[in-house]
Design a protein around this ligand. Sequence first.
Ligand code: NCD
Ligand code: ZN
Length: 346
Amino acid sequence: MTDTITIRRPDDWHVHLRDGAMLEAVAPFTARQFARAIIMPNLSPPVTSAASAAAYRERIMTALPDNPGFTPLMTCYLTDDADADDIAAGHAAGIFTAAKLYPANATTNSAHGVTDVAHIMGVLERMQAIGMPLLVHGEVTDSDIDIFDREAVFIERVLEKLIAALPGLKIVFEHITTEQAVQFVDSAGPNIAATITPHHLHINRNAMFASGMRPHAYCLPVAKREQHRLALRKAATSGSVKYFLGTDSAPHEIHAKESACGCAGIFNAPYALESYAAVFDEEGALDRLEGFASEHGPKFYGLPLNEDRVTLKRDNFAVSDKLQAGDATLVPFHAGSELIWRIVQA
Ligand code: NCD
Ligand code: ZN
C-alpha cells in the first residue's frame, strides 16, 4: 500500500476568498496548499473592472504576509454592460486571467450577472480572439426548472449554442455536478474543460437531509443523485486533461449557514487537497492525482507547471467541528469526520 505521495504543488482553479476580515481569515488555508488560485469575483459589489481586480489582488496579497509566493489569478465578473476594451486591456496587462459568467441570480452575489448571453456576445468574441478563458456557472435560473435539473438544462439551452457560435472560445464549465456535464465535456473539443469540487466527489444530495437538514452540505450547484457523483468520480480520476481541481471553497459565517434561509457554499479550503486525495485513493487512482491537481489546469490555461512539490502521508486525523477565523466561526467540509491523508510538507 502506498503510504506517501509527492506531487507538484497544485493550484486551485476556482475559489472564493471574500474580502475584509473574512479574506484575512480564509486566504491562508488556500495559500498553505496551492501555488496559484483562480479568484472568484462575486464580491459585493462585484469585481467588474481591471482597476478593481488589481486593487482586490493587492488586498489578497496583504492578507497573506506569510505566503509571498502565492499567486492570485484574477477574474472579471461579467455583466450585461461588460466592457470588452477594459477586459481585453486587463488581460493584456496580466490583471485578468479569465472572465466569469454568472447567469443573473444563479447564486450568491450574482444579482448583477448576465441576464442573456446575447448581451455579451461582443465581449465573448473578443475573448475568443485573444484566447481569454470564459468560466461558466452553468445553471439556468428559471424558477420553473427544478433546481436539480438546472445544470442539465443549461447545457441544452445555453452552452451548446454558445460553443456553436464561438467554436474557438476557451470555456471552463465550473464545478460540474451531473453525468450530463461529464458527457458534454467529454464530447466537446479541447477548448472545453471542467473543474470538479471535492464535495461533489464526496457527497450526493442525501447529505443535505441526513437525519435532519444539513445546511453545511448545501452549495450551488446543489449536489445531485448518487449516479452523478459516481460519474464525477470517474471523470476526475480518468486521467483526462479536461478535468482539473477547483474547490469552489465558499465560506459563509456559521449564522449565515444555520439560518431560516441559509447561504449556499461549502468551506472546504482547510483540507482541500486531503479531501481530493481520499477520493483518488478510494478509486485506486492516486497515480492520477497529480495530473488532476497540478498539471491539467496549467496546461489548459497555458501557464507553466509549478516546480515545487507537496508530500501527503497516509495518516488519519479528525476534522474539527468548527474553526475560529478572527471573529468568524466557520464549519469546514468534513467537520466531525476523519480524513485519511495529511499534507506533511506544505
Ligand atoms: C458560492 C458563494 O458563496 O460565493 N456559493 C456556492 O454555493 N458555490 C457562489 C457560487 O460559486 O455559486
Ligand atoms: Zn464558486
